[in-house]
Design a protein around this ligand. Structure first.
Ligand code: ZN
Length: 451
């Protein structure tokens, strides 16, 4: 089947597609605060129905709903599944946005707003590819399924029971993951796996109330208590000091190292963009990529205690809080790392520090040798006119392990972002040109997967 008809449909309807994306961006859906979730799920379901998908809202015992959609092919039993999410990261700090984070403003050929790329842009690009088939050919050449998560940005804590309960709905021959895009040289980037993540909060609580700092010789200070505890977790050489943390780390295979060598260096551009002279420990080249993709991390995401307003205040804070995340690599497990963290703090005399566990996901990868990987790479090369860059892992995280490890099919991540799309940061934006290319890529992929 020729894709030309489908491509012209996509070009002719580009502004209507953008209009639908803007509508979705304008609907806040911040999972961390539970803001706008149900409304956004309804909007996604409506969008699917309009295209002709049959839909279901899947609910677990707790948490936000998953929007499920599918469309059957008369031609084949083969099924391609798309995993996306409709929830977004909190937009803060608000003062750094050029346009409102939920304005969906269009400027300089881009759509601005939280979720414009991550992940509403990617979701809409896939839905519109299916729509293009329905409106031109009248059917899809393979069965297509959509799983649209409502809690990806908080670690998908409730997806596992839903996947287990609706196992049949989630069955497929292969899946395309939520994210991806082109790099600074317009090369499509594919990701074959994810690091895991474990998010925690540490709380130090001392006196029952804040007191005058004149009492410092007698009253314990929660801010210092927390700083001392944090100081035991990692040293200045980036080595994590939690006992046994590196025990299960799998080093990259020789095939994966070859893959890393093929990844074009974007170091200088990234350093320039971030205003940095060098990366940590002066890392560069394959060594930098090895650290980025195959080393676990321990990151302070935020710290809060005492007075942080204008001027000074001589106060001694009663409470201090830090949010942390650990990025995990094959074969570490979140449960294992959490237990090791608890044991570590207790052993060093910080049994008083409260440890709250938030979301976590396992690390996961699809092998480079899987035939689905070469299929996606060939399609990407055809559509983008440049050889795909293959990352054996992504430094990011998500619930991919439920699909790859539990359900057992290959998963590749590819999407329509670009290097300055500012995912998770202020001024998130999607280039309209990349979005339209992304719709065509998904259309071509559906066709190649069918044949
Ligand atoms: Zn995200």
């Amino acid at each position: 089947m020729s894709l030309e008809k489908i491509y012209s449909f996509i070009d002719a309807h580009a502004s209507a597609f953008i209009g639908d994306l803007v509508k979705l961006v304008r609907q806040p859906s911040v999972s961390a605060k539970g803001e706008g979730i149900e409304d956004c799920a309804t909007l996604v379901e409506d969008m699917m129905r309009e295209i002709g998908l049959s839909t279901k809202i899947l609910r677990g015992e707790r948490g936000h709903p998953v929007v499920y959609g599918e469309i059957k092919s008369k031609k084949t039993a083969k099924t391609l599944l798309f995993y996306n999410h409709y929830d977004v990261q909190p937009p803060e700090p608000l003062e750094e946005w050029k346009y409102g984070p939920f304005s969906g403003e269009i400027a300089d050929g881009k759509v601005y707003g939280r979720g414009a790329v991550d992940n509403k842009g990617n979701l809409v690009s896939r839905l519109k590819a299916v729509q293009a088939y329905m409106k031109t050919v009248g059917e899809v050449p393979v069965n297509v399924k959509f799983v649209v998560d409502g809690e990806e940005e908080i670690g998908s804590p409730n997806l596992e029971p839903i996947v287990k309960k609706y196992r049949q709905l989630f069955s497929a021959d292969a899946a395309i993951w939520e994210f991806g895009g082109t790099d600074r040289h317009e090369r499509p980037n594919l990701y074959l796996g994810l690091k895991g993540v474990l998010s925690v909060e540490l709380r130090a609580k001392c006196a029952l109330k804040d007191v005058h700092s004149a009492n410092a010789p007698l009253i314990p200070n929660a801010a210092w208590r927390l700083v001392w505890a944090l100081n035991t977790l990692k040293d200045e050489n980036e080595k994590i000091l939690i006992e046994g943390l590196y025990d299960n780390v799998l080093p990259p295979t020789s095939e994966e190292i070859e893959c890393l060598k093929n990844i074009p260096s974007e170091e200088e551009a990234l350093k320039k963009e971030l205003g940095l002279k060098q990366f940590l420990k002066g890392l560069s080249g394959v060594e930098a990529l090895k650290a980025l993709l195959f080393q676990p991390t321990c990151t302070i995401n935020g710290l809060q205690s005492g007075y942080t307003g204008r001027g000074s205040k001589t106060v001694l804070p009663r409470e201090a809080m830090a949010k942390l995340d650990f990025r995990l690599v094959p074969n570490q497990k979140p449960d294992e790392i959490f237990e090791k963290l608890v044991k570590h703090l207790r052993a060093r005399g910080f049994g008083d520090i409260e440890i709250i566990r938030y979301g976590s996901t396992e690390p996961v990868k699809t092998p480079i040798s899987d035939p689905f990987v070469s299929l996606v790479a060939k399609t990407a090369e055809k559509v983008y006119g440049k050889k795909a860059v293959i990352y054996p892992l992504s430094a990011g995280s998500g619930p991919m392990h439920l699909f790859r490890n539990l359900l057992g099919y290959p998963v590749v991540s590819a999407g329509c972002g670009h290097p300055e799309s500012n995912n998770h940061a202020p001024n998130e934006n999607l280039k309209i040109e990349s979005f339209i290319k992304g719709v065509k890529f998904v259309a071509a992929l559906i066709s190649d997967f069918a044949s």
